[in-house]
Write a protein that binds this ligand. Structure first.
Ligand code: NOJ
Ligand code: NOJ
Length: 449
């Protein structure tokens, strides 16, 4: 898989320490840092590859990459900067970054724990128990261990305000809460396998509280999930934010065990539909597009990839890929049938297009032609999001000539359709890798826990 290889270029880069994951080699803007969030998401794809790819040599290589990541992130955690484990990023040497930044970002430790938990789960099933019991999850008194330290940071702070994944708002975020929830649920499960009953109790309780808090994000008037609730930052009130693709990122990244929202939850689907319609209107590149459109972070975003100014925002590669992934996951999950409601109809009809009419109250059952058609149209629409990213590559190649080395940037200029912002962004790669993985699983029945 070419893209997977390209994603790996960010792991242990020549200009960083082994196990570090660079967000992007770009210096303008300067993304040559190890962002906890971006790095964890990249390495989570390495774990997914480990599960799927049985080639013994590649397995060994992927295990080695993950162990290097564990070591690097441990070094970074031990020496962490002002916000402790909630530090958003570090130097690629592992030294703390001490400049001003939006901190803490409490999704980071949860994502790092998730990657380690999924790695631990694989190791336990493949005769590597000792690495889990001696390194990843121990109750070592002085320092803790990679997994327990992150979870023990997250569990007592689930209610605290922190900066969002876009590093802009200090408040209460659905995304942060959702990934924390999943990490704690998987953490409690591992704790139980390893006989740590105190851990089970602590992680389960915090997950329970988060689950309750997440319900407050539903806005019944607008029929969408609010990404951010109002809060306050050093006494100054922070406004909330309703529509934000972070909600869709939360849904796909927590998919499966420990998900606070099912991927087919009507609240998720109505939010996705509202986001898509907003971006359809906002970005000129989406004019004339039916079905899938290029997706941004949130309506009214100001970040150009270099600076922030009114009207500066663009579609992003990773959010567009996230919509592809959402469609693939929904196609998979509805194989057992579904009921059409007022809240999921808009999303589903938009994928079905002119291939049929869905009405509220309809029940689609396995074997129904309409259900089969809907699943195949969801898959096609998912492909169309990825095609928008491919189209951008074609536009870029045409503009830069054959010497251009193919790579996905952070953003897609909303007028020209060319790449913009940090070049060769790791998270752009990992988001497409993740979407393609989801596509390959459409016809595999979901595992229920
Ligand atoms: C503002 C952007 O919106 C945010 O995502 C970025 O990380 C910071 N500026 C720093 O570049
Ligand atoms: C800015 C993005 O908003 C943030 O989510 C990301 O972690 C950093 N760039 C690094 O890619």
């Amino acid at each position: 898989m070419g893209l997977f290889r390209r994603m790996l270029d960010d792991v242990s880069p020549a200009y960083g320490r082994r196990g570090a994951v660079t967000a992007s080699p770009s210096r303008q803007p300067n993304y040559r840092f190890d962002w906890t969030r971006d790095g964890a998401l990249t390495m989570r794809q390495v774990v997914a590859e480990l599960r799927a790819n049985r080639d013994p040599v590649q397995r060994l290589q992927n295990v080695a990459r993950l162990k290097a990541y564990t070591l690097f992130s441990w070094r970074k955690v031990i020496r962490s900067g002002p916000a402790g484990l909630g530090e958003p990023k570090s130097e690629l040497s592992g030294r703390p970054f001490r400049g001003p930044w939006g901190r803490p970002q409490n999704d980071g430790p949860a994502l790092r724990a998730l990657t380690h938990l999924e790695f631990a789960d694989w190791l336990l099933g493949h005769g590597e128990e000792s690495y889990v019991k001696d390194i990843l999850y121990t109750r070592e008194r002085r320092t803790g261990s990679p997994i327990t330290r992150d979870l023990d940071y997250v569990a007592p702070r689930w209610w605290e305000a922190s900066f969002d994944l876009w590093e802009e708002k200090k408040s209460y975020h659905l995304y942060t809460r959702a990934v924390q929830h999943k990490a704690l649920v998987l953490g409690a499960k591992l704790a139980s396998r390893l006989g740590d009953s105190a851990g089970v109790a602590r992680y389960t309780e915090a997950a329970h509280q988060l689950h309750k808090a997440l319900q407050d994000h539903w806005d019944p008037q607008r029929g969408v999930l609010k990404a951010t609730l109002p809060g306050n930052d050093h006494g100054r009130p922070t406004e909330g934010r309703t529509l934000d693709s972070a909600v869709i990122l939360a849904a796909i990244q927590t998919y499966g065990e420990g998900a606070p929202f099912e991927i087919t939850d009507p609240r998720i689907l109505s939010t996705a539909h509202a986001l898509e319609e907003a971006f359809r209107r906002e970005y000129p590149v989406n004019r004339g597009r039916r079905g899938a459109v290029a997706i941004g972070r949130y309506p009214g975003d100001a970040y150009t990839g270099y600076d922030s100014r009114p009207g500066g925002g663009n579609p992003w590669v990773l959010t567009t890929a996230a919509f592809a992934e959402l469609h693939y996951r929904v196609a998979r999950e509805i194989a057992g049938g579904l009921a059409v409601t007022g809240s999921n109809r808009g999303f589903l009809q938009s994928a079905l297009g002119d291939a049929g009419q869905l009405r509220e109250g309809m029940r689609l059952r396995p074997g129904d032609a309409l259900l089969a058609e809907l699943r195949s149209r969801l898959t096609d629409k998912g492909d169309d999001y990825l095609n928008i990213i491919r189209q951008t590559e074609a536009v870029e190649r045409a503009a830069r000539g054959p010497r251009w080395v193919e790579a996905l940037s952070e953003q897609i200029n909303k007028k020209t359709g060319r790449f913009q912002g940090a070049e060769n962004l790791g998270w752009s790669d990992s988001s497409v890798v993740s979407a393609l993985r989801a596509r390959s699983e459409i016809d595999t029945p979901p595992t229920r826990s």
